[in-house]
Design a protein around this ligand. Structure first.
Ligand code: NFE
Length: 516
């Protein structure tokens, strides 16, 4: 018997995602992901001074604004043929790196932990920890007053699927609470040099406009101490323990496993990145070739045709379909089902994100710290690189990213020169083009800019991490990366398909970014 299973909206992610699966004999035989929002920010930029892109594109998202700021600055720097000086690059790394750390904690504790950790374990808690006692009382109260458990934010709840180890459950719940002030501290660190969090304002083409003082460097260092202790202690312990407790999830949500990443986290010269760009296809690594990137919108809610394998900046601006036609339950012309477009790399469907950064860097052999961390965990958990594009591999790779970025943050902070400007001012070039490539937390992020004969924005295009991951089918009818991860999954109970939500959440989708 075939069952249609619709998850709409997907909770504990950013933005509005709906996915529809068809399940036969407890196995997913078809899946469609629909990004359910559209804003048109690329179009809105046309005609404005090129420097506004960095501010406006940050408004795409409250979670990864730093990524858009950096990609926009890099695109304009490319058009200007300009690189920040050492202090500018280090300040940028400190802002971007702090944001990455905040985002890894947010994803693991606030968005994903409740897929694995049993919150009701707290009901049996007999100790003196004030945080756990508060959660215990709150859960008890909710159960008594609502008569129905769970209450938000513990919905949906899938009985019997959670961790059965009371020690791990309680320690993860305690760390869930402890992570909150750590994330707040990381936002303060972003604001210290970014002048604002979220949406830091100081990352500009030419560097960073804040001048670090000795006081601000010492303040950053003081805040970094508890952050580093939490990431190297509680976070590392929790992710490692969950990975061990849910070992079969290294075999779930694998998809095709083709991995794309861009160079990320350079040294002070803007080169020698900590993470390599490149593509791993069928287990074989190749250096990055951005000319292979195309996008089509055959199954996306845009009316322009033909719209196959378009290169960035070569497209005309797509026209959204007539809103009156928009209704999920009614078939759309040409089987369109998402506002997201379908980026491809040499025609291949690619997964982007923490696993791509780790696996591509490992293959490229450019960072001994990556090689040693991966080797250490592979030996301890009995893994190979092929296990990383998976639900648990993605959680583990986020931990690796956090540990590696933390090390680099400490180095950049020590080398930062007080009272020295890290910004070079240069006019916006006319009739110029540029591309900015970076890694936001969720993966490969690129901004393309073209200016007109006044230096205003003539064309602007973004291809964003989640667009790669949750893309719909393309002109060749290939399912997107998350769709491929879902197809073939065995479901224990189609009325409570926790396997599916674990797969989707492992990619940390942001629909606000994916469609923009
Ligand atoms: Ni809106 Fe974003 C995505 C990330 S792009 S969260 O996808 O990370 O900067």
């Amino acid at each position: 018997m075939m069952t249609r299973c619709v998850v709409d909206p997907m909770t504990r992610i950013e933005g509005h995602l709906r996915f529809v699966t068809h399940i036969e004999n407890q196995v997913v035989i078809d899946a469609q992901c629909s990004a359910d929002m559209f804003r048109g920010i690329e179009k809105a930029l046309i005609g404005y001074d090129a420097r506004v892109a960095q501010q406006v594109t940050q408004r795409i998202c409250g979670v990864c604004p730093y990524g858009h700021a950096e990609a926009a600055a890099l695109a304009l720097e490319h058009a200007m043929n300009l690189r920040p000086n050492a202090n500018g690059q280090r300040l940028r790394n400190l802002i971007v790196g702090s944001y990455h750390l905040q985002d890894y904690l947010l994803h693991f504790y606030a968005l994903c932990a409740l897929d694995f950790i049993d919150i009701t374990a707290v009901l049996h808690y007999q100790g003196q920890d004030a945080g756990l006692l508060t959660v215990r009382d709150w859960v008890k109260q909710e159960m008594a007053s609502a008569k129905v458990f769970p209450a938000a934010p513990f919905l949906p709840r899938y009985e019997a699927a959670y961790c059965h180890d009371p020690t791990l459950n309680l320690s993860a719940i305690r760390h869930y609470l402890e992570a909150l002030p750590i994330m707040a501290t990381l936002h303060r660190m972003v604001a210290l040099f970014g002048a604002k969090a979220p949406h830091p304002v100081t990352i500009e083409a030419g560097g960073v406009t804040t001048i670090p003082s000795l006081d601000s460097i010492i303040q950053f260092r003081t805040w970094l101490i508890p952050v580093a202790a939490f990431i190297r202690g509680a976070f590392r312990d929790d992710v490692t323990a969950v990975a061990q407790a849910f070992r079969p999830y290294f075999a779930e949500g694998r998809g095709a496993g083709h991995l794309l990443s861009y160079p990320f986290f350079p040294d002070a010269t803007g080169a020698n990145h900590a993470f390599a760009g490149g593509a791993t296809l069928n287990g074989q690594y190749q250096p990055l070739d951005i000319n292979k990137i195309t996008e089509d919108s055959v199954r996306s809610y845009y009316s322009d045709q033909p719209d196959r394998h378009v290169k960035p900046l070569s497209s005309r601006h797509l026209t959204p379909i007539d809103w009156a036609q928009f209704n999920h339950e009614r078939a759309q012309p040409n089987g369109k089902y998402s506002w997201a477009r379908a980026p491809r790399y040499g025609g291949a469907v690619m997964e982007v994100g923490p696993v791509a950064r780790i696996v591509n860097t490992y293959h490229a052999g450019i960072n001994p710290a990556v090689t040693s961390l991966v080797n250490q965990y592979n030996q301890a958990l009995g893994l190979t690189l092929a296990d990383y594009p998976s639900v648990m591999g993605r959680h583990l790779a986020r931990l690796f990213n956090a540990l590696l970025i933390l090390d680099r943050l400490e180095q950049d902070l020590e080398a930062l020169v007080p009272d020295q400007l890290g910004f070079i001012e240069q006019p916006v070039p006319r009739n110029a083009q540029g591309v900015g490539l970076t890694e936001a937390t969720r993966g490969a992020l690129a901004h393309w800019i073209a200016t007109d004969d006044q230096g205003y924005i003539q064309n602007y295009e973004l291809i964003v991490p989640t667009t790669w991951n949750i893309s719909p089918r393309d002109a060749s009818n290939q399912p997107g990366a998350v769709e491929q991860m879902l197809i073939g999954t065995r479901i224990q109970n189609s009325a409570a398909p926790i396997e599916l939500t674990r797969i989707v959440r492992s990619t940390d989708p942001c629909i606000a970014c994916s469609v923009h």
